[in-house]
Design a protein around this ligand. Sequence first.
Ligand code: PLP
Length: 271
Amino acid sequence: MGRTSMTGIPRVLSIAGTDPTGGAGIQADLKSIAANGGYGMAVVTALVAQNTHGVRSVHVPPLDFLAEQLDAVSDDVEIDAVKIGMLADTGVIGVVEAWLERVQPPIVVLDPVMVATSGDRLLDANAEAALRQLLSRATLVTPNIPELAILVDEPRALTWADALAQAERLSERHGVAVVAKGGHLDGDAVPDAVVDASESDDDRIREVPGTRIVSTNTHGTGCSLSSALATLLPRVGDTAEALAQAKCWLAESIRHGADLHVGSGNGPVSH
Ligand code: PLP
């Protein structure tokens, strides 16, 4: 399978949970893919009854039906990139892992979603080991600082230098490139970086600087960034350049999010 679709429009599959208020999950992924010039497709891992205040309940489809959704897409459509978000539990992870093994999509961006900003769990605590196992199947992993700490089994990084060191360890252990994200640290600077332990010293950490945009409308930023990366990577190729472009687009979306009045909790960014 080539890296670029014949029409030049990347066909991007999101495998993720839902947010009926449209701010996070599959709904945000599809908007992000479209905004970044891709053709979006979606397989639902979990139906989530949630709004800008939090999660009310989660319904995971029967696993054979999840597998049928995945096969229905890959039996018919050439997929240029996959974005993986909420995986809910070990059963879902097993089905997605087996499908990845069989289909071998050329690009897999894995957002290791565990806990929402609201504090609600989006992955069973006992599924963390299974999620770690999935990391080596990804092209790129995009943990936020709390998720990074869980994945390396260390206390949460308090500085950017600590976060980069954890990302290097994660990259080394699982043979995968990691996007370290500074959004959960304090301060005005919000750097992100592509960290790849398989690269030579000069290229191991490639940082993309950023400045904090103060907003309470940040629901779904992680979903949106990982989907933007999955859409840009087939065309841009270079991961740090794709990150720079995705970050620039997301900053604009967060700025525009100030004009959005969706719910009375942690509102979404605008796409
Ligand atoms: N809901 C779903 C289905 C998600 O996949 C995610 C994050 O990836 C969230 C909610 C959490 O969104 P946030 O933590 O940005 O509010």
